[in-house]
Design a protein around this ligand. Structure first.
Ligand code: 6R9
Length: 632
């Protein structure tokens, strides 16, 4: 499956465009199916209706576990590095992981989970999280992992949207020097979740929890009551594998749906190729499994290829800024896949944390989640890769299931801050606002994809119309990514950022409308408008303009209250970096907030605000500019 030269890439790419079905069929043959497909692909982007490997039967865990047992049963599947460097790391071989997944699959069955049921997982980055995910897949249940930083309300919304029957959680999580309550947050969430019948709780931090009789059970007790014989459920290629919620332009997160066969093929193929994974290498993706990057490149991609995947519970700066490099040295990491925000944050500590750390095991570096600026790219290249590791700047999305535009390590010549070229099977096009294709090189446009690929989303859970509206209606017969993009003179792609109302904070997508809704829940707030602005470490920060007539003299306290409200409603990740109290917002006569103006003000670029003549009351702009200038 691995492409070895640039010439081979070009040939393969052309073949994949000319004969997409034959191309993907060839890739799919590298996986294990209980029964092969009747048809490789049927599709239209108008409904949309996309089916890959129709009629095929499989279980993804047989591909991720069983098929490696005979030859690689003792090979490490997961290496777990705890938050506290003094604690022992844990290695699970393929044999042990298989056993644990089977055992926990039986726990789920014993607790009433059946094929097709949805299970919410809200856990720290511990091996049991991967076990829980795979156990769902083993028995044909659909997992919905919710990142440990989301609030009770966000969890409740997600649980209710998917009508989850069971929740898997832990007492708490360690994050740097902090301990975070998880079970308590779940308890708050479940007050409003009638579909949840059972909560399975893993002991991790040993913090006090309350266990509800008849609903809550301990992971440790349950696994003692079952055996390890759990046959892999026979699934349809187009059965649901998971739901993962992501923010869009509207206030409500969407449950992006991925199905089993296509997702597996795509995650496995892209993992093997982009990173040039070699047998016995250690792959370290620093994401959390609560995000798509963790799903595809901590769990499914690496395990489907029999790789060793490293799971890190902690954060790059605990106990100090050398931690990530210590982890690389300790586990002799060969491939490091991380985010620009982490690189920029570690870069700010200078080279000192690198002194005496042996990074010579590194062979390939990867970046994901947001545009990587040239400075961070070069720092990563020189100080971490010692100018000998290719950097793969991988562009993709929750909706795409896997990497779409990216260099292939040792194959594609790289260029700082460019995601370079589409992977085989991916057909990007740039369009103008009207949807006309912008041809040629040296052009800018909105990034769309014109042909299906196996890893693409199939629907948004419980609301197919929303999927159609969000992704397939902006431009006819195209999948719209929401990103702006440059194609330079060499035909290389550089993603310039979101063109919709989504802010990318440290690689996490936050919808402006979601944050506004949360701020507006605060009793004193009349209205608010939220925009992104350039932030040195996070890429983008959140800037909130808030109308609050009751501020009087204690603005600071009100700000704290608003931050508290946002944390309660969404989670700490959505807290605005800046709050500016204003008496009005720039609105058009039809009542639409002109975010373009607010964005400029937030960027500190007030010299040319453009045409304000269509505003209902142009004087508000003067006031906002003045106040913004005084904000720290
Ligand atoms: C995998 C992931 C998707 C959005 C995407 C884009 C941004 C991701 C990028 C990148 C520039 C890259 N993005 N990778 N921008 N260069 N290499 O991050 O999924 O959380 O859904 O975010 O992230 O704006 O549209 P997700």
């Amino acid at each position: 499956m691995q492409i070895k030269s640039f010439e081979e890439y070009q040939k393969t790419y052309q073949y994949s465009v000319d004969y997409p079905e034959q191309f993907w069929e060839g890739i799919a043959n590298n996986f294990q199916w209980k029964k092969k497909w009747n048809k490789v692909l049927s599709w239209n982007f108008s409904e949309p209706n996309i089916k890959w490997f129709e009629g095929a039967k499989l279980n993804i865990t047989e591909n991720c576990l069983d098929r490696h047992l005979a030859e690689n049963g003792d090979k490490p599947a997961i290496i777990w590095e705890p938050n506290d460097p003094q604690k022992e790391s844990v290695t699970l071989s393929y044999k042990i992981l298989h056993e644990q997944v089977c055992r926990f699959g039986n726990v789920l069955k014993k607790n009433g989970v059946k094929k097709g049921d949805r299970v919410c997982i809200y856990m720290p980055m511990v091996p049991e999280l991967a076990v829980a995910v795979l156990a769902c897949a083993r028995i044909g249940a659909v997992h919905s992992v919710v990142f440990g930083g989301f609030s009770a309300k966000s969890i409740a919304d997600r649980i209710n949207d998917a009508e989850c029957k069971v929740v898997i959680t832990a007492d708490g999580a360690f994050r740097g020097s902090k301990q975070i309550q998880l079970k308590e947050v779940i308890d708050d969430a479940l007050i409003g979740c009638p579909t949840v019948e059972r909560v399975i709780v893993l002991t991790h931090t040993r913090m006090a929890v309350s266990m509800l009789k008849g609903r809550d059970v301990w992971w440790e007790d349950e696994i003692k009551l079952v055996d390890t014989n759990c046959p892999a459920e026979e699934m349809d290629a187009e059965d649901l594998l998971f739901i993962l919620y992501t923010s869009g332009s509207t206030g409500k997160p969407k449950g992006v749906v991925h199905t089993i066969g296509g997702y597996m093929v795509y995650a496995g193929y892209t993992f093997s190729n982009v990173f040039n994974y070699q047998p016995d290498e250690v792959f370290f993706c620093t994401a959390d499994i609560g995000w798509i990057t963790g799903h595809s490149y901590i769990v499914y991609g690496p395990l489907s290829q029999g790789a060793t995947t490293l799971m890190f519970e902690g954060i790059p700066t605990y106990p100090d800024a050398s931690r990530m490099w210590q982890v690389v040295e300790k586990h002799k990491v060969n491939i490091l896949y991380t985010a620009p925000t982490a690189i920029r944050s570690l870069m700010s500590f200078g080279e000192e944390p690198l002194n005496g750390v042996d990074l010579s095991s590194l062979r390939v570096l990867g970046s994901v989640g947001e545009p990587i600026n040239e400075e961070a790219w070069h720092w990563f290249d020189e100080n971490i890769g010692k100018s000998k590791c290719p950097i793969v700047d991988t562009w993709w999305q929750t909706e795409t299931g896997g990497i779409m535009i990216s260099p292939i390590a040792f194959v594609t010549p790289t260029k700082p801050s460019f995601a370079t070229l589409p992977l085989p099977g991916i057909q990007p096009i740039l369009v103008d606002e009207q949807g006309n294709e912008i041809e040629g090189n040296g052009v800018n446009g909105n990034l769309c994809i014109k042909f299906p690929w196996p890893g693409m989303l199939r629907t948004t859970y419980g609301d197919h119309e929303r999927c159609k509206l969000t992704y397939f209606s902006t431009y006819k017969d195209l999948y719209f990514t929401g990103d702006g993009c440059l194609r330079d003179e060499d035909g290389y792609y550089r993603i310039t950022g979101r063109v919709d109302d989504v802010i990318n904070v440290s690689g996490h997508r936050i919808g402006t409308a979601e944050v506004e809704n949360a701020i507006n829940m605060h009793a004193g707030v009349v209205e608010s408008a939220v925009v992104g602005y350039p932030h040195d470490v996070k890429g983008q920060g959140i800037y909130a303009f808030v109308i609050n007539p009751n501020v009087h003299n204690d603005e600071d306290l009100t700000k704290k209250d608003i931050l508290q409200t946002v944390t309660r409603v969404i989670g700490a990740i959505a807290k605005p970096d800046k709050i500016l109290f204003v008496s009005g917002l720039p609105k058009t006569r039809s009542g639409k907030i002109m975010r373009r103006i607010l964005r400029k003000i937030a960027e500190g670029d007030t010299s040319n605000l453009g045409d304000v003549s269509t505003l209902l009351d142009p004087t508000v702009v003067t006031e906002i500019v003045e106040k913004a200038g005084q904000l720290k």
